[in-house]
Design a protein around this ligand. Structure first.
Ligand code: ZN
Length: 245
């Protein structure tokens, strides 16, 4: 107890007060929209997981953005068509999930263009991109612009946008920790309300959370609880594209 008091005393007062004020603002002004996204990849069991996710989203009238690999689209064209027909957004997660920092500019363009073409071949227009491991390069951002992409969604809300393309940020847990699947599911398991508060982007009040389909299936009932909980709070699940309109 003694120790806690002394640590608190060391925190500069203005900093401490503004922190309290920010959280007070979040609590009295909850977000009305959630951007849910899935990085959908080949050879990890995402096909089965996506089918289950579709059922859950259907039950609560929720839409999401699926960042898909080109190879996944080639292997599962019917699944992509179903997603699109249900109002979900299909966006690009490169063709074969290479680290963009480790390949040439020509190869980066190939990774982006083949993925785009695989999706467009199905008659689906595409505006969004997320880099593998969220490692976006300056070259790739330029290539995205040249290929008429509207936005990138690789960055977390703690990072400034140094790229030439519009950014749709992913929320961090409590504005500190880049929220990966397991951290999010851990928070979710602990307390839904706290999880919700913790994911609010303090800049634009949007909550934007992203998952990997096969990992979310480890905690399938938790995922449905999450969607149901937000649904009861009258929170709308919208796609990335829609959030920019
Ligand atoms: Zn990925």
């Amino acid at each position: 107890m003694m120790m806690k008091t002394s640590i608190l005393k060391k925190v500069p007062k203005p900093f401490f007060l503004s922190f309290i004020f920010l959280y007070f603002l979040l609590i009295i002004n909850p977000p009305q929209e959630v951007l849910l996204s899935f990085d959908t990849e080949s050879d990890v069991g995402d096909e089965k997981a996506v089918q289950k996710i579709i059922d859950v989203l259907d039950r609560y009238n929720a839409t999401a953005t699926f960042f898909v690999m080109g190879t996944f689209v080639e292997q599962n064209p019917d699944l992509i068509r179903i997603l699109y027909s249900k109002g979900h957004e299909i966006a690009c997660h490169t063709n074969t999930h290479k680290n963009l920092f480790l390949i040439s500019e020509v190869e980066q363009e190939e990774e982006i263009r083949s993925c785009k073409e695989s999706i467009e071949k199905l008659g689906i227009s595409i505006e969004g991109f997320r880099a593998p491991w969220r490692l976006l390069t300056l070259d790739s951002a330029k290539i995205l612009k040249e290929n008429n992409f509207l936005y990138d969604a690789s960055l977390f809300d703690i990072q400034p946008n140094i790229f030439s393309i519009k950014e749709v940020y992913t929320s961090t847990s409590f504005g500190i920790i880049p929220a990966d699947d397991y951290i999010q599911l851990l928070f979710l398991k602990l307390n839904k309300k706290l999880y919700f508060q913790g994911l609010k982007n303090i800049y634009d009040k949007k909550v934007s959370m992203s998952f990997h389909p096969h990992i979310i299936m480890v905690y399938e009932t938790g995922f449905e609880e999450l969607i149901k909980y937000y649904n009861q709070k009258h929170v709308k699940f919208i796609t990335h594209k829609k959030s920019l309109e």
